[in-house]
Every structure is written in C-alpha cells, then in structure tokens.
Ligand binder design. Sequence first.
Ligand code: TYD
Length: 131
Amino acid sequence: MICKLIDFKIMGDERSSLIALEENNNTPFDIKRVYYIFGTKSGVRRGFHAHKDLKQIAICVSASCKFHLDDGKNKNEILPDSPNQGLLIEGLIWREMYDFSPDCVLMVVASEYYDNDDYIKDYETFLKELE
Ligand code: TYD
C-alpha cells in the first residue's frame, strides 16, 4: 500500500465515542492547519494534485469517500470509511478523491498552512518531479 492507515484510539463511554488528535502524540507531524470537505455533490472527483512538502492525515469523520493514490510507480484505491482511521499522505503522492457519500465529511489535518506554490497540479510535472 502506498500510504499508511493510522488507527486512532477510540475513547468515550456509553454516551458516545470520542477521538482526540494531539500534535506529535498520535499525529506524526506538527499540525498547522485543519480543513474539512463536506456537501460534495454526486459524481464529483477532486484533488488531482500532489504536494511537494506537505504531510496530511485524511479522516472521513462521517460516512466515506475513496482515495486514488499514485506514487508514480504504483496506484492504490483506498476507502477510509471509519472515523478512527486516518490516511497518512506524505511524500510525492498524486491523489484524487471520489465516490463521496452525500453525508461525507472528510477532515484533513495538515503540517503546513495553505500554500498554492506547494501544489503540483499537472500529472506530467508530477512524474518529472519524481525523476
Ligand atoms: P483544492 O486544494 O483545490 O481542493 P481539492 O484538492 O480537495 O480539490 O482547494 C479548493 C479551494 O479551496 C482552492 O480555491 C483553494 C482553497 N483552499 C484554501 O484556501 N485553504 C485550504 O486549506 C485548502 C485545502 C483549500
């Protein structure tokens, strides 16, 4: 598998489940940014980029979506469909997200602030960057 899945410990009690993310305790990097994607329309495919330096953990905190991951040699399809699983994406990985269920909330924890210059949005440039 190209990217690793991290299992987060579920805490809580008879009322609810609860997961806490703590910088460098159960995340392997300093957290600078958290964003989430929700209300994704049917049939949408997004992503279509790699990052030069960014590390991310993607968690479907509600429902599910699929990830297409590509390291230039191998390709994987991954379905992180549990709020206690995080998909760790680091290094040069081309990613696309698709098959969002209507109630999907995809939360992403990231190691850097948003930086458009860190994106590689062209697949051929991505392959060249790997050489
Ligand atoms: P984009 O990275 O293209 O989303 P995806 O890769 O999931 O398809 O981001 C969509 C828009 O949101 C784009 O205009 C940039 C903006 N954006 C921010 O301002 N901050 C962020 O942290 C992110 C992820 C996106």
